[in-house]
Write a protein that binds this ligand. Structure first.
Ligand SMILES: C[S@@+](CC[C@H](N)C(=O)[O-])C[C@H]1O[C@@H](n2cnc3c(N)ncnc32)[C@H](O)[C@@H]1O
Length: 281
């Protein structure tokens, strides 16, 4: 019997049509959408989900907002602890889901040199003595890159003191000793690097000029962003081969050549999260 069938069996049939059939289990916390269920029944129903899914807390699915990508109006449907630990490709990440986002859809792409071949290919750098991660968060990419390049120095930057708090915990817990942590706006950083990682979406292009100034002449930029499929020229699956012309042109206008391009995931019905490896023209 599937978990949902076991859960619905324990709940009055009057609620069945409104029960969430999907959820994200992040360590020992589950995130799901109870917005169709009448509020008076939230706790009672959430408790059944918590017991069946073996989690300590259920959090209402919410929006991620603002520059620091914080979860908005966090509502606990069951339980009261929001700190969880997620394991991914051999690394443990502790974080507070009431304060910090975690994107389950990016899983394989956070693995750097420890995951699928298409990701390893992307994260294999010829020169890598100094790697700067501009939006390090709790260490999603920094820790994997530091583990993959043990003789390199990874400089992990984040503006949010709360992310930095968990970044420090995670670096220590995973026994990583080649990461330097800086709590600042990445645009204030003036350090020359072989690799600059821009693991951000929304307005990543706004950070490219600063990254360009910090990048050594033969360095690599890893650029994440979300674009409309139309703009990228993606209509059918076979369109995903090669680099979209509009994207190449945009990067060229900013002084960069696109060496690799890939789609990470669909992001809503008509947009895609993409990643590119860039070098200076
Ligand atoms: C949401 S995380 C990236 C998510 C991650 N790529 C993933 O796979 O889940 C983005 C981080 O960028 C940080 N940030 C936003 N603007 C920044 C800036 N100007 N300088 C440094 N860090 C910044 C935020 O605090 C946040 O921790």
């Amino acid at each position: 019997m599937k978990p949902f069938d076991k859960i619905s069996e324990k709940i009055n049939t009057a609620h069945h049509a409104k029960l969430p059939r999907k959820w994200k289990k992040l360590g020992d916390i589950a995130v799901m959408d109870f917005s169709s269920i009448e509020e008076t029944y939230h706790k009672e129903i959430a408790q059944i989900y918590a017991e069946e899914l073996n989690v300590k807390t259920i959090i209402q699915k919410n929006k991620i907002v603002g520059e620091l990508r914080k979860p908005e109006n966090v509502k606990l449907l069951y339980g009261n602890e929001t700190v969880t630990e997620i394991s991914e490709y051999g690394i443990k990440y502790k974080l507070d889901l009431a304060e910090i986002m975690w994107s389950p859809g990016n899983t394989g792409w956070r693995s750097a040199l420890s995951g699928p071949k298409e990701v390893t290919d992307f994260y294999t750098f010829n020169k890598h003595d100094i790697i700067i991660d501009y939006f390090a968060g709790i260490g999603y990419f920094s820790i994997q890159m530091a583990r993959g390049y043990p003789n390199s120095k990874v400089i992990a930057i984040d503006k949010n003191p709360n992310s930095i708090k968990y970044l420090k915990i995670n670096v220590e817990a995973n026994q990583i000793d080649n990461i330097e942590i800086i709590n600042d706006d990445c645009r204030n950083i003036d350090i020359k690097a072989d690799v600059i990682h821009l693991g951000y979406i929304g307005n990543t292009i706004d950070f490219l000029e600063n990254a360009s100034n910090c990048l050594k002449i033969d360095g690599t930029i890893i650029f994440h962003e979300v674009y409309r499929n139309n703009w990228l020229g993606f209509k059918k699956r076979s369109d995903w081969n090669g680099v979209p012309i509009n994207f190449s042109q945009l990067m060229e206008n900013n002084g960069f050549k696109v060496n690799k391009f890939n789609r990470i995931k669909f992001y809503g019905p008509s947009t895609s999260h993409v990643v590119a490896s860039l070098s200076k023209i």
